[in-house]
Design a protein around this ligand. Structure first.
Ligand code: NDP
Length: 441
């Protein structure tokens, strides 16, 4: 048998640092798990095939700004793995978007989607377009131009995109509006749609609410209760604001929300009114520094990781926001639990610190899977031309997050402790790997 090592799989990924980081974390769980198969070369060759996207599409997006001048950006769709179902994953509009960013996100998405138990493959897409400072008309023209290209490659049974950083309700509306006109089809391709035109109730809230449901399961597993716990949250977008909102509903205290410049901090906990004001501010792409704050709430520059003591830390902004140094500060600041609301917000070194410290650590694949889970439910509703009630969707979401937790416990338990990184990686992997085998891939 050829000598397959983790290094032999990651060696050629040096020019894709984020993808390499995601693959490295994954293989650290998978290699020990594969030992049970013995020296079976087919297993390792199948693993090698899993690391390669089925298709990566790159396209030019030409759009007109308000001055009538044509602008150009780059669009992408990484169709990573369709063993379990149509490619499924969000679109990100941010200047930092590259093929590397989307490959890491698409790769993570495969196993996250698998963990939900729904028939969803994995993919991701987006553009280096910066929505900041653009007018509503410019955003719409960009979305139409982007979809003019993307619409050739997607469809309800092929590839179903959703939102991500920089792509919220407004952008999904413009993208789906363009798709419908281009394809003359109303088949629900794209999730996160408005509830008046095919969207599911709770989809907007699902990632943040699902994260809190998962955190509650993690705490309950060690006999702890979320009520009264103090939480540091980063980000102030879709995920962060809905994490904060659900924490308040559960009797916990969200202390912070952040953006690219700084964060707001309320020692007694942010009130729902502030969370609502942040949502309105961010819909208009505003900055937290311009938010009028009530007594007891302050604005600080930088990040909250080293400054604030809390039991729960929930990074919900972007990748690699917590390095080793921040991780050590988080542990020293009293963390009982770190749960990743964003995708890969902790570097590999940071994850090592969390694991070694013995605190509870919930990886993104499991913690933030609620968003794609309700997207899957939205596809289900569209296919059957129905709309479920808020309570029905919320009950399904709770059940799916509990099931993901059960899977993590099943594959990640070491004695009485649960290694959630191993649990999520292995639990997500086995379903995809088995399907690939049966499909002859
Ligand atoms: P939004 O665009 O709604 O919000 C992103 C937030 O993160 C904003 O507050 C933004 O700040 C902040 N942010 C972005 N980039 C940086 C950066 N480089 N440094 C500091 N802050 C930054 O995105 P979402 O809330 O949808 O997504 C957040 C994370 O959650 C991402 O990792 C995403 O992939 C992940 N996720 C999202 C899901 C969803 O359903 N939306 C599902 C699963 C995962 P500013 O306001 O200044 O731009």
């Amino acid at each position: 048998m050829a000598n397959y090592t983790q290094e032999s799989f990651t060696r050629k990924l040096d020019n894709q640092p984020l993808f390499k980081e995601a693959v490295t974390e994954f293989l650290e769980s998978i290699f020990p798990f594969l030992e049970q198969y013995g020296p079976d070369e087919e297993v390792y060759m199948r693993l090698e095939r899993l690391l390669e996207p089925e298709r990566t599409i790159t396209f030019k997006v030409v759009w007109e700004n308000d001055e009538g001048i044509l602008q150009v950006n780059r669009g992408y769709r990484v169709q990573f793995n369709s063993a379990l179902g149509p490619y499924k994953g969000g679109l990100r509009f941010d200047p930092s978007v590259t093929e590397d960013v989307l490959k890491f996100l698409g790769f993570e998405q495969i196993f996250k989607n698998s963990l939900t138990g729904l028939p969803l493959g994995g993919g991701k897409g987006g553009s280096d377009f910066d929505p900041k400072g653009k007018t509503d008309n410019e955003i719409r023209r960009f979305c139409v131009a982007f979809m003019t290209e993307l619409s050739r490659y997607i469809g309800a049974n092929t590839d179903v995109p959703a939102g991500d950083i920089g792509v919220g309700a407004r952008e999904i509306g413009y993208l789906y509006g363009a798709y419908k006109r281009l394809q003359n089809r109303v088949d629900g391709t794209l999730t996160g749609k408005g509830t008046g035109y095919g969207g599911s109730f709770i989809r907007t809230e699902a990632t943040g609410y699902g994260a809190v449901y998962f955190i509650k399961e993690m705490l309950a597993h060690v006999g702890k209760n979320i009520e009264g716990m103090r939480a540091v949250i980063s980000g102030s977008g879709n995920v962060a604001t809905h994490v904060a909102e659900k924490l308040i509903a559960e009797g916990a205290l969200p202390l912070t929300l952040s953006d690219r410049d700084g964060y707001i901090y309320a020692e007694e906990g942010l009130l729902q009114e502030i969370v609502d004001a942040v949502k309105v501010l961010k819909e208009k792409k505003g900055s937290l520094k311009d938010l009028p704050l009530p007594h007891g709430c302050v604005y600080c520059l930088g990040t909250p990781w080293k400054a604030i003591k809390a039991q729960l830390f929930i990074p919900s902004a972007t990748q690699n926001e917590i390095d080793e140094d921040n991780a050590q500060a988080i542990v020293a600041n009293g963390a009982v639990l770190v749960a990743e609301g964003a995708n890969m917000p902790s570097t590999l070194d940071a994850v090592k610190v969390f694991k070694e410290s013995g605190i509870l650590f919930g990886p993104a694949k499991a913690v933030n899977a609620g968003g794609v889970a309700v997207s899957g439910l939205e596809m289900n509703q569209n296919a059957s031309h129905t709309q479920w009630t808020t309570d029905e969707v919320d009950a399904e979401l709770r059940m799916i997050m509990k099931r993901i937790h059960d899977t993590c416990v099943r594959y990640g338990s070491v004695g009485s402790r649960v290694d959630y990184v191993n649990g999520a990686n292995i639990g997500g992997f086995v379903r995809v790997f088995e399907a690939m085998k049966q499909l002859g891939w």
